[in-house]
Structure formats: structure tokens, C-alpha cells
Design a protein around this ligand. Structure first.
Ligand SMILES: N[C@@H](CCC(=O)N[C@@H](CS)C(=O)NCC(=O)O)C(=O)O
Length: 213
């Protein structure tokens, strides 16, 4: 069985779905927090997260980019949608929409004043469209707490960590003001159901236990 090293900052942000997937699959892994920016150039693409897999025979596989890492781990755990190319394309689209909003949060948190305003305006438009689109899709699937079919897949997990990121009290000061409101239970009941179902799903139990730590 492979073992893993996950390199990231001590933040619940871009590596959260990766942590969830490692715990959900019962993988043996260690977390390393590089010294930043001193260790920046030691990373394959000068950024984090980075995953290093050590295979049973000692071979190493190093992967950068959060979504690539997530999809690799989800595929290994059998958590990607397996009902055809269109479902896979939709899964990629939905995950990409989360990334668009996440990138705007980073722009807001890190950007200069003018950049902040532009990030807020863009976020409002995209979050509104996101919620409408996802609510329609989830309703089409019977509002059962899953994007695809009747069991938890990668997209459900990704949505869970996104909503968790928005709702975490510890993040409140750095997020776009009001950004979580778009995703409230009242305004996004289908999305909230996915959040609740994943939180109570055995697959997320090991991860959820870490939230109380
Ligand atoms: N597309 C990349 C973006 C990675 C990224 O922006 N990482 C940030 C942390 S969330 C980073 O390494 N920042 C430190 C720096 O650029 O110096 C991914 O999803 O992994």
C-alpha cells in the first residue's frame, strides 16, 4: 500500500478535500508544513499543495495542483463518477466552479484595494449563478444530498469542504463579506443537504473527527 506526504500550510483551505480523501480512504500519510518562502523553490511549481506518494517498491510519485491531487486520490478510492463521459465532464465543471469562487476569495484576501472590489463584484455574479445552477442539478437528482446517483462521490466531498470553508468562524475575517450567505440553508437548500449528508456519512467520519481537534 502506498504512503503519502502532504505538503501544505497549516490552514483549512486548498488542501482540505485532499485531507478528507486521504482520511476517507484510510491512507497512511504525514503532513509537512514547509518553511515559507524559504522552501518555495523546493516545490515542483513553487506552490502548495504538493502530494508525494511512496509506492510499496519505494518509487516516488510527486504531484502538484490541488484539483489534480484530489482527482488522483478520488480515482484511486473509486469516488469519481463512473457513468460516462458526460457525467465526468459535468463533475469537472462543477468542481471548477468551486475553484473559480475560491480564487476570488484569495484575490480578496490578498489583493490591493481595487482588486478587492473587483473580486467582490465578480464573486456576487458567479456565486449567484453557481447556486442557481447547482440547486437545479441537485433537484434533478432528487435533492438526496448527492450530485450524482444515490451515494457519495468526489463532487459531494468537494462541495462539503467548500461550504465548510465558507462557514468556518475562523475564516470569517478574511472572506468576502456576505460570501457564505449565498450558500445558507435557506438560500441553497439542495447544497446544504449535500453538506449535511456528507458530514453524517461514514466516509467523512475520520475527517470530521479532526474538525473537533
Ligand atoms: N492551482 C494551484 C494553486 C495553488 C496555490 O495558489 N497555492 C497557494 C496556497 S493556497 C500558494 O502556494 N501560495 C504561496 C505562494 O504562492 O507563495 C492549486 O490548486 O494547487
Amino acid at each position: 500500500m502506498s504512503t503519502y506526504e502532504l505538503r501544505y500550510f497549516s490552514l483549512r483551505a486548498r488542501a482540505e478535500t485532499i485531507r478528507l480523501l486521504l482520511l476517507a480512504s484510510g491512507s497512511k500519510f504525514t503532513e509537512v508544513t514547509p518553511d515559507w518562502p524559504a522552501d518555495k523553490t523546493q516545490q515542483p511549481l513553487c506552490q502548495l499543495p504538493v502530494l508525494i506518494e511512496t509506492l510499496e517498491d519505494g518509487e516516488k510519485f510527486t504531484l502538484s495542483d490541488s484539483i489534480a491531487i484530489e482527482k488522483y486520490l478520488a480515482a484511486k478510492a473509486g469516488l469519481l463518477v463512473q457513468t460516462g463521459l458526460r457525467a465526468t465532464a459535468r463533475e469537472n465543471q462543477l468542481r471548477g466552479q468551486i475553484e473559480d469562487l475560491f480564487a476570488l476569495q484569495v484575490r480578496y484576501a490578498r489583493g490591493a484595494e481595487g482588486g478587492k472590489e473587483a473580486a467582490v463584484e465578480r464573486y456576487k455574479v458567479l456565486a449567484d449563478a453557481f447556486v442557481k445552477y447547482h440547486e437545479a442539478l441537485l433537484a434533478e437528482n432528487g435533492n438526496n444530498g448527492h450530485y450524482f446517483g444515490t451515494s457519495t462521490t468526489y463532487m459531494d466531498l468537494a462541495l462539503f469542504t467548500w461550504v465548510m470553508f465558507l462557514r468556518a468562524k475562523s475564516n470569517a475575517g478574511m472572506l468576502i463579506p456576505g460570501s457564505a450567505d449565498f450558500f445558507s440553508a435557506a438560500k441553497a437548500p439542495g447544497i446544504d443537504k449535500v453538506y449535511t449528508v456528507v458530514r453524517g456519512d461514514g466516509i467523512a467520519a475520520a475527517y470530521v473527527a479532526t474538525l473537533e481537534e
